[in-house]
Design a protein around this ligand. Structure first.
Ligand code: ATP
Ligand code: CA
Ligand code: CA
Length: 425
């Protein structure tokens, strides 16, 4: 197996930012983790803890290589989400995010200007977010938490932490830590980002033919006449969960989200995963689907990690960084219906017999409320195209259309309406 991505070494332009993000996470998370668990209060949802780092260090924060400020938002809420609902091992989490050569950068795959970084083991994604998205997540955190409690099998992005780094010249960078839907140990052979909109939702097929890592869109799915191959039970479960998640997003006025689908064909296996192709992997419109084997802490690493967490000593953490990397599943996904088969959801035939395809599914990009900005966009785009097909429509309309499209991609789904719209494009 080869390692891919732009590993961020000391000479990388974003090294300092990266170092600050990870140092902040390490200290913030281990601070909270070191305390006795207690029931959440209302204040926990709005809480923010400030840390000031400098090269000298003080009682609260150990010395760091650079001067910066760090804010940890609602640490107790995220701790509960991670431990009680997302079943992450605290030591594992910190280990993944603080291992030495840590992150690879995906640059900005979307139009939004966000940057994506992968933890070294590719289990976690750090996404930088706009200040509006940050404020919005804080404002719905309580509802989000409730939804996760009520829906242990939700497909929504799993947020593990919300933080901010402030650099000495004043620049503020907000970011979330979330689950990477795609597994470290499997090639993803096709990727679709589906919204239920047919306007501007085509990745050029000519380009897709030569780029196995293209993120394709709604019209590619329709043109290729794809179907999500699931037996009756799995199909019913998935449909119901999508409906509930969509209803939640509607209730908090969110739009513009997508169902991300990664497809792994078991017959093809991981054979693309060979040395020599590494260089092809990173171009701006390619998500890195090739992964390093899962880095799962072996027992002694975890012990070293716990000790270091207690001490919050970066040097000791450094020692916990030299890990063996066995090739295996990360284990924390097994209890979730849609992530139970090799961290994904395996295709089945009409009588629920397994087929040779694994789907990796999730609803992503869920922090855009239907704000004034979007309303303005709706107005201008609405002048030139059918108002109901374009992507910025009010949240209720967006949700209904999204759900209808997701029903249409299933076995026996009715896609006439979307095919008609697609033809008009
Ligand atoms: P825009 O607002 O323009 O859509 P964005 O910067 O908000 O862009 P996202 O839509 O969140 O970005 O993600 C862009 C792409 O990154 C997705 O289509 C997908 O390929 C990849 N991606 C995002 N989140 C995940 C995730 N949790 N797991 C795997 N891949 C992801
Ligand atoms: Ca998006
Ligand atoms: Ca976005």
């Amino acid at each position: 197996r080869v390692l891919i991505g732009n590993l961020i070494g000391e000479d990388h332009v974003n090294y300092v930012l990266m170092y600050n993000m990870l140092t902040g996470i390490r200290i913030g998370v281990s601070r909270c983790q070191a305390k006795m668990k207690r029931p959440l209060t209302d204040e926990d949802y709005t809480a923010r803890h400030k840390f000031s780092f400098d090269i000298v260090g003080n009682e609260l924060t150990p010395s760091a290589r650079y001067d910066f400020k760090f804010k940890d938002y609602a640490p107790w809420v995220f701790r509960e989400l991670r431990e009680e609902h997302f079943h992450l091992d605290p030591a594992d989490y910190l280990l993944s995010l603080t291992a030495k050569y840590i992150l690879s950068e995906l640059g900005s795959p979307g139009k939004s200007g966000s940057f994506f970084y992968f933890s070294r083991d590719y289990r976690f994604i750090i996404k930088t977010i706009h200040h509006n998205e940050h404020t919005f997540l804080r404002s719905i955190l309580k509802q989000y938490h409730q939804h996760i409690k009520d829906n242990p099998h939700t497909l929504l992005s799993r947020f593990y932490g919300l933080h901010r780094v402030k650099l000495p010249h004043g620049r503020k960078i907000h970011f979330v830590i979330m689950n990477n839907l795609f597994p470290p140990h499997r090639d993803i052979h096709e990727t679709y980002d589906l919204k239920g909109s047919t306007v501007g939702r085509l990745y050029p097929e000519e380009k897709a033919a030569t780029n196995p890592r293209a993120v394709m869109k709604d019209n590619n799915w329709l043109r290729r006449n794809k179907t999500l191959e699931l037996g009756p039970e799995k199909q019913a479960l998935l449909t119901e969960q999508i409906r509930r998640d969509m209803e939640f997003l509607k209730s908090v006025n969110v739009m513009d989200y997508s169902l991300l689908i990664g497809i792994h064909h078991m017959q093809r296996g991981n054979r693309d995963n060979v040395r020599g192709q590494t260089l092809k992997v990173f171009s701006p419109d390619m998500p890195p689907m090739r992964r390093k084997p899962t880095q799962k802490a072996n027992p002694s690493d975890a012990i070293a990690m716990r000790r270091a967490m207690r001490a919050s000593d970066p040097k000791k953490l450094g020692a916990a960084n030299s890990l063996k990397l066995p090739e295996e599943d990360s284990g924390d996904t097994q209890q979730f219906i849609f992530y139970q088969d090799e961290s994904g959801f395996r295709a089945t035939d009409e009588v629920n017999e397994p087929l040779d395809t694994i789907y990796y599914l999730g609803i992503i990009d869920i922090l855009t409320p239907y704000t004034l900005v979007k309303k303005a966009e709706h107005f201008w785009k609405g002048l030139s195209a059918d108002r109901h097909k374009i992507s910025p429509v009010p949240a209720a309309e967006y949700g209904s259309r999204f759900f209808k499209f997701m029903q249409s991609i299933m076995r026996g789904g009715n896609r006439e309406e979307f095919l008609d719209k697609e033809k008009q494009e």
